[in-house]
Design a protein around this ligand. Structure first.
Ligand SMILES: [Zn+2]
Length: 814
């Protein structure tokens, strides 16, 4: 409930390395180079339509919203301010809103690189002119300060760079640099690149040993600086990225950050600044910040050979994949700080798993893959991409999720935009560049990392090679790979054998399949079966290749049940379902409107079925579930058909229940209760109550800190508040039970100081004659009986504790 939002991501386009001012050419680098997305052409039924929707819908939508929400206007005002205009006002909510414009330009540039669009190119040129005009003469670029007037946030700090913890001055620039590199590579134009290098030269003058030494509170500039270095060859940009990473967690030379009353030098775990980066061993704090730091550190490690960075990255990665990764590839369990929670704490309904955090972690893993050439990183990438990234965007391409929960009681819905709009343009830029993650090349080894029908063009064995995949992946596991060298050549084709096909859903013991595998991968070369002996997850095929050579990979795709490590309390007694790389979920439209009361018993057969007409064409999973409900006061169990859809496709048919982790143990299902008296009441509440109607939704909590469905008064504290049940006609009531919400350890809600019940008598509110205490126990129903009243309205009056807020899960009356 304490939201401090920000956000965002990136990619790895290595297009032509053009020379602007080439002071030193890169020497050390990643052992494998990606085959750029411009050289990979997807023609499949899964990605190709998504990329087209991204080009035709998502990118224009992002530009439109950036204009409508006045993010673009901020740049115009910054220019006017420099021309002498006074009394101007920043138009949007956050100082990092500039970055959304940069990110859409980056996304559009990737799109332009594969398909010319003169109109879009012209529009971007107009935007670039506005950005250039907003830049101050010395290179400083940050519209919220340049505009002047009342600052949108205390986050700005009084002076330039005086509150780097929250100002996002350097964060914005990281996205500017990424956009500039992409735009230059796509169009050959230097207009945005000139803005970026002017900015980076200025930052290099201001920051570094003996100068300013505070690192950014929100990482991202590191990635951007590395991209600028790759494009320009200017080594000081790489050195500055390295400097910013090294500056974390060290007080030397640091300036206390600027919010009034704050004197701490370090930003703490929230910003991965509690200790030097090379001493960090676990993933902590804000998950997008963390992901960009790790991605930037991998870049610097690749380009400088810094093994201490690699050692830190390996440890942090093991912590994430071993204890903090949602099965959907979602990252960041805790909404309170938009970030990593403790090990194995992976709540489902309240999962944050911000789209940007999932993207950031995907980008980090894509770098680890090229650094260590181990397919375990591609396993994580694939899981994130097909599940946790795609769930961030609607099938229509114009609605987005910020958090990506694994359970919903109907409270979640994608929206066209957010006040903090980091996620929408982030999805756009990742989708634009998806083809760039399929192949990589290292020496005489060609890596096939992901599968989709289409072609990739690359160099291997001293000749041009086209790799052509024919497959219906991710729906079918047969992949035909034709290798077409321009002339016969010797090299090794390294075909990834996905972990899921080798009985290992993730490269850790966080998740396991509950049953033995049914079939094993088969590899054939020119029709002859060859043994698969995976080397770091790859089947290696070395030969003198010539046109006509065909490698066929067959990956059995049975429906698999997955269990979480017992240490994950929220998933105990539950089971998830996967098929191939896709995680499945049960959603309300396919299951009679309700899924939280379903039990998927062990051993119940599950089968797949292609449904080309459903949700853009999916394979569903079908089986039978037991539904628990209350009828005439008794609990009954009914068998029902169960239909599961791919998780990425949920929430495209309206709001309602969804769950990834189905109850396996009946005790974990939520019984569908008969509507009691409270369910028939109209709920009203005191001012600024949040989600009051959840108090009679009949979703019984599993504990006071259950974040599934509750109302609260946060951020109000210490006040007198109320909830009210109103009835069309008077009802007789004699008993009330309240389940208090309390998020000690995560938020600021506590059980109340005191409370009482009032009923409406005419126009007057009178207290009921209670026969016992008004309890404030946690993790329990607080029931109170009272002398029966006939009334049209009942009121729960709540005195919040001093300095604390409060909330209610459920309020039942009889
Ligand atoms: Zn985001």
């Amino acid at each position: 409930m304490t939201r401090t939002r920000l956000a965002r991501t990136f990619v790895l386009a290595l297009l032509p390395i053009l020379t602007v001012t080439c002071t030193t050419a890169p020497k050390a680098d990643y052992p494998a180079a990606p085959v750029p997305f411009t050289a990979v052409h997807l023609t499949d039924a899964f990605w190709a339509p998504r990329l087209e929707t991204n080009r035709a819908v998502t990118i224009p939508h992002n530009f439109k919203l950036a204009e409508e929400t006045k993010r673009v206007k901020n740049f115009e005002l910054a220019a006017e301010a420099q021309a002498g205009a006074r009394d101007l006002k920043f138009c949007t909510a956050y100082p990092f809103d500039d970055s959304d414009v940069y990110k859409v330009i980056e996304a559009a540039s990737y799109s332009l690189a594969t398909r010319a669009d003169p109109e879009m190119e012209k529009y971007i040129d107009g935007l670039v002119a506005k950005i250039a005009a907003a830049q101050e003469p010395d290179g400083y670029l940050y519209t919220s300060r340049t505009i002047g007037g009342p600052p949108p946030q205390s986050w700005l700090g009084k002076e330039r760079f005086s509150n780097l913890y929250m100002s996002h001055e350097l964060y914005n620039l990281g996205h500017l640099y990424e956009a500039a590199a992409a735009h230059f590579q796509a169009t050959g134009k230097k207009n945005l690149l000139a803005v970026a290098t002017k900015s980076a030269d200025f930052i290099a003058r201001e920051f570094g040993p003996g100068k300013r030494t505070n690192p950014p509170g929100h990482e991202e500039i590191e990635i951007g600086l590395v991209k600028l270095y790759r494009v320009t060859g200017t080594r000081k940009y790489l050195e500055l990225a390295n400097f910013f990473i090294d500056a974390r967690g060290k007080t030397e030379g640091r300036i206390p950050y600027g919010r009034e009353g704050h004197k701490e030098l370090l930003y703490g775990e929230y910003a991965q600044d509690d200790k030097p980066f090379v001493e960090q061993t676990t993933a902590v704090g804000h998950a997008v910040r963390a992901g960009y730091l790790y991605a930037g550190a991998a870049d610097v490690a690749a380009l400088t050979g810094n093994q201490a960075y690699v050692a830190a990255l390996d440890k942090i990665w093991a912590d994430v994949v071993g204890t903090k990764l949602y099965i959907t590839g979602g990252i960041g369990a805790a909404g309170a700080w938009e970030g990593y929670g403790p090990p194995y704490r992976l709540p489902n309904a309240s999962a944050y798993a911000e789209t940007c955090a999932n993207i950031a972690t995907f980008l980090w893993n894509s770098r680890m893959l090229r650094l260590e050439l181990d397919a375990k990183y591609a396993d994580v990438m694939e899981r994130i991409l097909y599940n946790g990234v795609l769930s961030g965007i609607s099938l229509s391409g114009d609605k987005f999720f910020y958090p990506n929960p694994l359970t919903s009681y109907g409270q979640h819905e994608r929206t066209p935009w957010f006040t903090c709009a980091c996620c929408p343009p982030n999805v756009a830029r990742i989708l634009s560049s998806v083809p760039g993650y399929f192949y990589a090349a290292s020496g005489d080894r060609v890596f096939v990392n992901l599968f989709a029908q289409g072609t990739g063009k690359l160099r291997a064995g001293g000749t041009d090679v086209e790799i052509a995949q024919t497959t219906e992946y991710p729906w079918k596991g047969e992949v035909k790979i034709e290798v077409k060298p321009a002339k016969a050549a010797e090299f090794t084709l390294a075909v990834r054998i996905p972990g899921w096909a080798l009985n290992r859903p993730v490269p850790s013991d966080l998740y396991t399949y509950t049953e033995a595998a049914d079939g094993a991968p088969v590899l054939k070369v020119n029709g002859e079966t060859v043994a698969i002996t995976p080397d770091k997850g790859y089947a290696l095929v070395s030969r003198k290749w010539q046109t006509g050579d065909v490698v066929e990979l067959s990956l059995p795709m049975p429906v698999r049940r997955v269990a979480a490590n017992e240490a994950v309390e929220e998933d105990r007694g539950r089971v998830a379902v996967e098929r191939g790389p896709l995680v499945y979920c049960a959603e309300w439209p396919d299951n009679d409107g309700r899924v939280s009361n379903l039990v998927l018993a062990d051993g119940t057969p599950l089968a797949s079925e292609a449904r080309p007409e459903l949700l853009g064409g999916v394979v569903v999973v079908k089986g039978e579930a037991e539904a628990l409900s209350e009828k005439a006061g008794k609990i009954i169990i009914e068998k029902k058909p169960l239909v599961l859809i791919p998780y990425y496709a949920w929430a495209n048919r309206g709001k309602g229940e969804m769950t990834v982790w189905l109850a396996r143990d009946p005790a974990k299902a939520r019984i569908a209760r008969e509507p009691g008296l409270s369910a028939k009441a109209k709920v009203t509440a005191s001012e600024k109550a949040v989600n009051p109607r959840r108090v009679n939704d009949q979703l019984e909590p599993e504990g006071s800190d259950d974040a599934a469905s509750y109302m609260h008064w946060w951020p109000k504290k210490g006040t007198l508040e109320w909830l009210e049940y109103g009835f069309e006609a008077p009802v007789r009531v004699s008993e009330s039970s309240v389940y208090w919400f309390d998020d000690t350890g995560g938020g600021e809600c506590r059980v109340p100081a005191s409370w009482r019940l009032l009923y409406k008598s005419g126009e007057t509110w009178l207290p009921v004659k209670a026969a016992g205490e008004y309890g404030v126990a946690k993790d329990a129903w607080n029931a109170v009986k009272f002398a029966p009243v006939r009334t049209a309205a009942l009121r729960l009056e709540v005195q919040l504790q001093k300095d604390w807020s409060a909330g209610v899960h459920e309020w039942k009356i009889k």
